[in-house]
Design a protein around this ligand. Structure first.
Ligand code: HMG
Ligand code: MG
Length: 299
């Protein structure tokens, strides 16, 4: 298929990047991060997560984040909604896009959302129905597409089955999550090959964590196959609370640098993005995991 001319980046730092932080982060800091990302040219920002505060305390201020954020025209601010309760709360806050999240691994599904894969799909059906009534598009995530912290290897056909179920249910896009960042370019290509038997390439996104330092190589591999939506987090922030040891998402700065080298359009200003990564890591006292970001701002 070949490299796409244009790529849409979804910066998930305010959600995936911060959800695992043990110390409270001020809502104002989250709001400033979201606005700085929009200022850098991001047109799609995952801003909050309407999950149980008992499960993920860091996301407990989801209502405040979603209602107080300065909406810029042309920018989509999305939120995770694991069930109807989460969706209703998100709708009350004026959310314009939501995401449900399932997994290709039974054990991860149980640990992350407290139900089996099939139960999760049954739970998502009314969420999609209600969102459709409210005219709110729903994205679907599949976790553990290249490996599971509890089950190890995951079959590409199993990823394809769950992705297909989400797509058939009405998800406008399915984001394929290498939750623990153990994938390599060939496993990523094989997984994508299985998924694209059922779902068109332009309805898929790559969501790769960088635990083993393979995320940029994996992205290059799936870009070559035609993937044109990439999830990333500024400064490579983050990790999943239910995938112990997993590192953050691939850094947005590193992805933008890669895309610049490929001559791919993305609409993001790298210097402003790098300054955002520098600011947020200093503010929350975390290392900046973007090599590009560090080279630009601290050299
Ligand atoms: P449960 O305990 O089975 O739910 O959790 P329940 O329906 O039995 O309810 C239990 C309690 O939670 C009740 O409160 C509910 O009201 C409350 P209580 O009566 O005990 O006071 N509750 C809620 N509160 C607020 N918002 C809600 C909500 N739902 C129930 N939406 C549940 C099931 C799904 C809620 C729970 O397991 C949960 O919140 N899990 C979220 C875990 C999570 O956020 N993980 C990280 C995000 S996924 C990820 O990072 C991967 C991704 O990045 C892709 C990748 O990298 O692979 C997306
Ligand atoms: Mg993730």
């Amino acid at each position: 298929m070949g490299f796409p001319k244009q790529v849409r980046l979804v910066d998930v730092a305010p959600r995936d990047g911060l959800q695992n932080e043990p110390d409270a982060i001020a809502t104002d800091t989250k709001l400033e991060l979201i606005d700085r990302l929009a200022n850098a040219g991001l047109r799609h920002i995952e801003a909050a997560s309407f999950v149980s505060p008992k499960w993920v305390p860091q996301m407990a201020d989801h209502r405040e984040v979603m209602t107080r954020l300065q909406r810029r025209p042309g920018v989509t601010y999305s939120a995770l909604t694991p069930n109807l309760k989460g969706l209703e709360n998100a709708l009350e806050c004026g959310v314009e896009e939501v995401a449900v999240f399932g997994a290709a691994s039974e054990a991860f599904s149980q640990k992350n959302i407290n139900c089996s894969i099939n139960e999760s799909l049954q739970r998502f059906a009314p969420v999609l129905e209600r969102a459709r009534q409210a005219n709110v598009p729903v994205r679907g995530y599949v976790s553990c597409v290249l490996g599971c912290p509890y089950e190890g290897e995951i079959e590409p056909d199993q990823v394809a089955r769950v992705a297909r179920a989400l797509f058939d249910m009405g998800c406008f896009e399915v984001s394929l999550g290498d939750t623990i960042g153990t994938g390599t370019p060939l496993t990523a290509k094989h997984m994508l090959e299985a998924v694209t038997r059922d779902i068109p390439m332009d309805k898929l996104a790559a969501h790769f964590h960088d635990t083993y330092g393979q995320a940029i190589a994996n992205l290059y591999a799936v870009l070559e196959e035609g993937i044109s939506v990439i999830d990333s987090a500024v400064a490579g922030l983050g990790g999943c609370p239910y995938a112990k040891g997993a590192a953050g998402n691939v850094a947005s700065e590193d992805v933008v640098y890669l895309l610049n080298g490929l001559g791919t359009e993305h609409g993001i200003d790298l210097d402003t993005l790098a300054a955002t990564g520098d600011w947020i890591t200093r503010t929350i006292g975390r290392p900046n995991r973007s090599k590009v970001g560090v080279s630009i701002t601290r050299s």
